[in-house]
Design a protein around this ligand. Structure first.
Ligand SMILES: [Zn+2]
Length: 671
């Protein structure tokens, strides 16, 4: 073939879904001539209708769409073939340019390409044309760097079924087709926004796609029903805001792709593509000296204890209430505000994944409970929309009560394989974004909740840090299943300490929550903060989530004997202090008494703990703090053994066996 309608046809430029494109010349000008496959046109597209459609496409003009010159029909052999003549472009398809660039564009180049594509889509929108087949093969990048859209609007004229080269394989690839097209719903320009979302995903993740499937049918089902795989899975450097831009374009419903063309261009231009790698950037920064802190977890009516304590001249570093205590404890919060004591709410979101939440007072009434008749599951929080609503609800509840520290929602993610983990990371990012939009300037903490056994090895600890380093909270609360102040396993305590110290590399305060007196050792060894209940043995464990009671609290009041580092049942403590005068406490609550300890136990606890923290803050460095703590442990152990010898009925070895473990773990050289 040498001549089509007066054009001299030259070399083959490309072979596409619709037919072949050749170089063609006429009157000394070069063009691209697309010869459409004979069988490709839809039934009913006679020449006149074909030319009418092409005339509509010709009205689409501008620097970012290919210009169509004319269309017609010609006989090729015995077949009548339709053709379209377009301007000739020097360059490559975007697909080729991406491969040439090693599957990665730098940020300015990527954004330049994307905004030009949106300009091309806008030119089409002005003429009421929907592309319907936007993909890298249909985007052309000229040698001068200008991006032009090709093949827009052609899909409409073509008969899909005749274009399947292999059975079951629809036109091109369904990877880029919007769910509403697959559903057979009405289609507008936002179908192209979906395709653009896939295209951005592809370019920003070294060539990956939102869905993977073995068969086209499976892929169709994913496009219609499944939430996309997070782009950060493939490109961990991607910023949360850029990821959100992509996920918004990939929303299942057109109305959820909230942008207009101009807005989308601005969003692409102004959203940072990546975040600086946290570890590299921040481990080099010197950690600012951060005072050791102890937050007190309060139960129901313990506000009176705090009042008494503050009146005796000391202030706790912070108070933590469970979120479900509100609005009932509204007055307590107001009083803390008056006393000048900072406070936070534990959002207790982790409990919502267990059916016992339904029986716990206040919990099922929390405004952020998604479904009062069902436990919370990862599946309920798959979409960006659901995550944002939930994160906002949790943050709103805390800002409504004017908390000084905010905590992002978090859940029990037993180990690295838990489906909660990625959701929690996303929830941290969304909570931060939302809290920033409220412009209250309050620090926002991430909660992590897991079983210590999962991080007994250092590879897993590092993997956990790497996963969480994507989010940038102002601090971390760790709730750890399998560890409390009586834990006897040195490897578990070492694992916890290792993990907390690792997270400190992010340059933010790290708190070990509900660890009781074990927290003193952790703080001495470098950890920034701890939280404890008052005069009760506390520990976090998944099993307590399963039952209907105040989580993790042994409700009997206990008395802390600082000289033994033990928190014991009140009658036992009274017996021991009666016989061992040197162990009696001189704090403002006890003033040397060994009787009626039940009454003073809580205020005493606050005094002693806060004195211990103050003492620790008075020691200059971690080595000396660890020395001081290990000395305390050695002394406590010697005293316990002496009591055991003299009054064997008082102390069983099980009461203090963990002190030996602490002695092993908190040796000065551990640091
Ligand atoms: Zn005391």
């Amino acid at each position: 073939m040498v001549d089509v309608a007066g054009y001299v046809v030259g070399k083959l430029l490309g072979q596409g879904t619709y037919g072949q494109t050749f170089e063609a010349t006429k009157d000394g000008q070069r063009y691209a001539l697309k010869l459409i496959k004979a069988e490709a046109l839809r039934l009913g597209f006679d020449l006149r209708r074909f030319q009418r459609e092409v005339r509509a496409l010709q009205k689409v003009t501008g620097p970012h769409v290919v210009q169509i010159r004319e269309a017609g029909a010609t006989n090729v052999g015995k077949d009548l073939r339709y053709y379209i003549v377009m301007e000739y472009l020097e360059g490559n398809s975007l697909a080729q340019a991406f491969r040439d660039a090693g599957l990665e564009f730098d940020e300015p180049r990527l954004k330049g390409i994307l905004t030009q594509i949106v300009s091309g889509l806008e030119a089409m929108f002005d003429q009421n044309i929907i592309h319907r087949d936007l993909k890298p093969e249909n985007v052309f990048v000229t040698d001068a760097g200008t991006v032009k859209l090709l093949d827009f609007g052609l899909v409409k004229m073509l008969d899909y079924t005749t274009l399947t080269s292999t059975p079951g394989r629809a036109i091109g690839t369904p990877l880029y087709i919007a769910p509403e097209i697959l559903r057979g719903d009405e289609v507008d320009f936002r179908a192209d926004f979906y395709s653009l979302g896939v295209l951005i995903y592809h370019l920003a993740t070294k060539g990956n796609y939102p869905f993977t499937a073995d068969t086209p049918l499976e892929l169709y089902a994913h496009v219609v029903d499944t939430e996309p795989v997070r782009p950060v899975k493939y490109n961990p450097a991607l910023s949360n805001s850029f990821e959100n831009l992509v996920l918004t374009l990939l929303a299942k419903q057109p109305y959820e792709r909230v942008y207009g063309h101009d807005e989308l261009k601005v969003a692409i231009e102004t959203t940072p593509l990546t975040v600086p790698r946290a570890l590299k950037a921040e481990s080099r920064q010197k950690r600012e000296a951060c005072p050791k802190r102890c937050f007190i977890r309060l139960l129901q009516n313990e506000i009176g204890v705090v009042r008494q304590f503050v009146q005796q001249g000391v202030k706790p570093d912070g108070i933590v209430y469970q979120a479900n205590f509100l609005p009932k404890f509204k007055k307590s919060l107001a009083e803390l505000r008056t006393l000048g004591v900072p406070y936070a709410l534990d959002p207790v979101t982790y409990r919502l994944a267990y059916s016992s939440f339904a029986q716990t007072k206040g919990l099922s009434e929390l405004p952020y409970v998604l479904d009062r008749l069902s436990t919370l599951t990862p599946a309920m929080l798959q979409s960006l929309d659901a995550q944002q609503n939930y994160a906002r609800g949790v943050i709103d509840w805390q800002t409504n009560w004017d908390c000084d520290y905010l905590t992002a929602p978090f859940h029990y993610a037993r180990d690295l394989g838990s489906p909660w983990m990625d959701i929690d990371i996303k929830l941290i990012q969304e909570s931060i974004a939302y809290a920033q939009s409220l412009a209250k300037g309050k620090p926002i903490f991430a909660g992590l909740c897991f079983n210590i056994e999962a991080y007994a090895n250092s590879d897993n600890r590092l993997a956990l840090l790497n996963r969480y380093s994507r989010a940038k909270p102002d601090g971390y609360f760790f709730y750890v299943d399998g560890i409390d102040e009586r834990t006897n396993n040195p490897l578990q305590i070492q694992a916890l300490l290792g993990l907390l110290r690792l997270f400190q590399r992010m340059g933010k305060p790290v708190f070990a929550c509900r660890v009781g007196t074990l927290g003193l050792g952790l703080l001495a060894a470098g950890v920034d903060g701890m939280s404890v209940g008052i005069a009760s043995l506390t520990g976090f464990s998944e099993s307590t989530l399963l039952v209907n009671r105040a989580v993790g609290y042994d409700m009997t009041t206990k008395y802390y004997i600082p000289g033994l580092l033990l928190t014991l049942p009140v009658p036992l403590a009274e017996d021991i202090l009666r016989r061992n005068t040197t162990l009696r406490c001189q704090c403002p609550a006890c003033s040397g008494s060994y009787k009626d300890l039940e009454r003073v136990a809580k205020v005493h606890y606050l005094h002693v703990r806060s004195a211990e923290i103050a003492e620790m803050n008075g020691i200059a460095d971690t080595v000396r703090r660890t020395e001081a703590f290990s000395r305390r442990v050695a002394e406590a152990l010697a005293r316990c053994e002496a009591i055991r010898k003299k009054q064997p009925e008082y102390l069983q070895p099980g009461h203090y066996a963990h002190l030996r473990t602490w002695q092993q773990v908190f040796k000065p050289q551990v640091v």
